[in-house]
Design a protein around this ligand. Structure first.
Ligand code: TRP
Ligand code: ZN
Length: 454
């Protein structure tokens, strides 16, 4: 840097030199996640995976727009070996430190300029262990692999701006041995076999957060269909789980219809599910378009993950502190599904959870949903169940009609975008003038400890 500063100004086109983009977005829980100085608009990923050697070869072409004059910018990438980087077709210098891949383009980028960066890389992708001990990133399976990215696992298999606030469209092409299949997000545009290798090309036309990107490689039974309204359904199931999954997956049309009645128009161009056999992964994930399940799902989990398509995937938390905006809705969807299908009412579920008889092992009163105690605890009961209690309190305050207007209006207002907790509380207040939510926010959303009897 100091060397550059002594260059005469005439050496630069504009007379103003760019500065490096930030190496993180200051997320309160994952400060290094994401990068400053640019916004990604599109990822074009071409991946080749050899399960026998667990070797991934990838080319990522990233279209982005500079949000400042840039002399350098970072991408997040964990592990793997970078072979070459170019920006706007010209070779770029790069260096690596931890999860930061720093790219120094041949020419500075101007604020507002759109550019493309190409990264060629290869290696054995990592399984990431999160602060809470959960496994994500690249997860080898008996017959292939499953990639899951919440919260920071996508950087284990492609370079990018790995933070929920920077959503982009994607093309994901995956080449695998011809006997296997590769399933990803979005819609399958082509599936071709040449020379013993099979390439599936997936297109994601609606913005997607990096943590929702997935690839499932292996032997799958694939079923395609359409809903009554024409929406394509793509379901891929590990053959050993097909029988156990079938009765639950058969409910996808019914759940989708119910969810649209309650949450409004479905935000994406296809739906479905991936059921794989992944040891050591104890959670399902709301991967965009088709949630991923590490074993045969039950109906409640399928409802939860499909509800996330509206809340989480379309309306995405702005930072990891806002995660309750995603998990509260998905959990409350479970309560509503039960209420609408002959189970407990949401009020009964609320009371059961309040009494501490929920089935979730962690203590729901450990911290408030709006402020998780640390990165190790973002996937715990206060975010899920107590978050759902916040929504139930809102429902009780405004009544059912206004409540459904609010949940649908919220999904519409931030469709394909990001939203923060402050956006949500002010939205609710605006939609229910004259109602007082201050106690709900103070006690249920932000208060420490167990609130006094509701
Ligand atoms: N967000 C997922 C869901 O609720 C679950 C999840 C993802 C999770 N990563 C986790 C749960 C880690 C526990 C630990 O659908
Ligand atoms: Zn969830």
């Amino acid at each position: 840097m100091s060397l550059l500063l002594v260059l005469p100004l005439a050496a630069c086109d504009s007379g103003v030199r760019g500065t490096p983009g930030g190496s993180g977005l200051h997320d309160p829980y994952f400060p290094k996640a994401g990068n400053g100085g640019y916004d990604v608009t599109h990822y074009d990923l071409a991946l080749d995976y050899d399960p026998a050697h667990r070797r991934l070869t990838g080319t990522a072409v990233i279209q982005a727009r500079a949000t400042q004059d840039l002399s350098a910018f970072d991408l997040d990438l964990s592990g793997l070996e970078v072979r070459a980087v170019s920006v706007e077709g010209k070779d770029a210098r790069f260096s690596r430190a931890g999860q930061e891949l720093t790219v120094r383009p041949h020419d500075d980028l101007d604020e507002g300029e759109t550019f493309s960066a190409t990264v060629r890389y290869s290696g054995t992708p990592r399984t990431v262990t999160d602060a809470d001990g959960a496994k994500e990133g690249w997860l080898p399976t008996g017959d292939g692999a499953l990639a899951l990215g919440e919260p920071v696992g996508s950087m284990a298999w492609f370079p990018g701006n790995d933070h929920p606030s920077d959503k982009a469209t994607y093309d994901i092409a995956v080449t695998v041995p011809a006997a296997l299949r590769a399933v990803s997000n979005g819609e399958l545009k082509s599936d071709t076999v040449t020379g013993g290798r099979r390439t599936a090309r997936w297109h994601v036309g609606e913005p997607m957060a990096t943590y929702l990107a997935t690839v499932a490689i292996g032997d799958f039974e694939v079923e395609t269909s359409t809903l009554d309204d024409g929406l394509p359904v793509y379901v891929a199931v590990d053959p050993s789980l097909a029988a156990a999954s079938a009765p639950v997956l058969a409910k996808i049309p019914e759940i989708m219809e119910w969810a649209q009645d309650n949450f409004g128009p479905y935000p994406f161009s296809s739906t479905g599910a991936v059921v794989d056999r992944v040891d050591g992964v104890g959670y399902a994930l709301e991967t965009q378009n088709r949630p991923s399940f590490p074993a045969a799902p039950d109906t409640t989990t399928l409802v939860h993950e499909l509800a996330h398509q509206w809340y989480g995937d379309s309306v995405t938390p702005r930072s990891w502190r806002d995660m309750w905006l995603s998990e509260s809705f998905a959990t409350y969807a479970e309560w509503l599904w039960a209420e609408d299908h002959g189970g407990r009412s949401a009020q009964q579920t609320f009371e059961t959870v309040y009494r501490g008889e929920g089935d979730n092992g962690t203590d729901i009163w450990d911290f408030p949903p709006g402020r998780p105690s640390s990165a190790a605890h973002i996937s715990e009961a206060p975010v899920y169940d107590r978050g759902a209690m916040v929504l139930h309190k809102i429902r009780r305050t405004v009544g059912d009609d206004a409540f459904y207007d609010i949940v649908q209006g919220w999904a519409a207002a931030h469709r394909h975008g990001n939203a923060s907790t402050a956006d949500f509380t002010s939205y609710v207040e605006k939609r229910a003038p004259g109602k007082d939510f201050s106690g709900i926010w103070r006690v249920w959303l932000y208060g420490n400890g167990k609130p006094a009897r509701p």
